[in-house]
Design a protein around this ligand. Structure first.
Ligand code: KIV
Ligand code: NA
Length: 284
């Protein structure tokens, strides 16, 4: 089957069919998402924290991130792959950002879009201009508004957005409309009240992919390690953990360690290779 395209996602949205997206970090997690038929895979820079152990997403380098994008792209399947532009890869200047976005697209044929975190339209004139330039050059851009982890320091931490001041709600809508007008083909909306997210989606022509934004958006995205419980650390309130892989993995490695310590693994009748008995006797 051919890979899912941006028009395929738009037609799902037009038909009111929910769009599914899941992050992946590497060949293994991407293969799982492909086999589960996720419409889209996001190589999210959250991997800095959830897969590489960095305290935030701001310190990962573009080169480190690209290594993960390439690994995800080696997975087989039809999921549309979107790659985040990590912090520092697009803020310096428009030409620098365009160069890095082109490099991202050139990493692999299956990178179909980049994703850019965007600030509120009154404060961030730069990113919408950049999105216009990228779209004009045939580089599809997914926007990302609401809680934008790369801007956590200026937002004062990881907080719900547009949940107190109605001016913030208006400004978020204006930002979303601006992204649509400069060429975004879709956008992530993170961590806002579900009424706000549903309302914003209703005012747009392009699909909104929500995370912590309720069920009124065109689609949903979750971080793979959160949904699978790959790390024992606490997850945000908006995550549903469908599995506890860490518990299972630790238990399995413990069983293996015990097996080795008690000499119940390996079993020579199962986990090893034979040599002909007479040959062995002759040798001895
Ligand atoms: O980096 C990431 O995983 C993301 C999603 C949470 C949307 O940006
Ligand atoms: Na991200």
């Amino acid at each position: 089957k051919r890979p899912i395209t941006i028009p395929d996602i738009h037609s799902k949205y037009a038909k009111g069919v929910p769009i599914t997206m899941c992050t992946a970090y590497d060949y293994i997690t991407a293969t799982w998402a492909q086999r589960a038929h996720s419409d889209m895979i996001l190589v999210g820079d959250s991997l800095a924290m959830t897969s590489l152990g960095y305290p935030s997403t701001t310190t990962i380098s573009l080169q480190e991130f690209q290594y993960h994008v390439k690994s995800v792209c080696r997975s087989q399947g039809t999921s549309l792959i979107v790659a985040d532009m990590p912090f520092g890869s697009f803020e310096k200047s428009i030409p620098y950002a365009i160069g890095n976005a082109i490099d991202m697209m050139k990493l692999d044929e299956n990178v179909t879009s980049v994703k850019l975190e965007v600030g509120l339209h009154t404060k961030d004139h730069y990113t919408p201009q950049l999105i216009k330039e990228l779209s004009a050059r045939g580089i599809p851009v997914m926007g990302h508004i609401g809680l934008t982890p790369q801007r956590a320091h200026s937002l004062g931490g990881f907080k719900v957005q547009a949940n107190k001041d109605m001016n913030d709600v208006k400004e978020l809508l204006e930002t979303a409309k601006l992204l649509q007008s400069v060429g975004c083909w879709s956008m992530v909306l993170e961590c806002v009240p579900h009424k706000v997210a549903t309302w914003i989606q209703s005012q747009l022509r392009i699909p909104v992919i929500g995370i912590g934004a309720g069920n009124g958006t065109a689609g949903q995205v979750l971080v793979v390690s959160d949904l699978l419980g790959m790390l024992g650390t606490s997850v945000p309130k908006f995550v549903k953990q469908y599995e506890s892989l860490e518990e299972k993995a630790v238990k399995a490695i413990e069983d293996y360690r015990t097996g080795v310590a008690e000499k119940t693994f390996p079993e020579n009748s199962i986990h090893t290779f034979k040599i002909k008995e007479e040959q062995w006797q002759d040798f001895l």
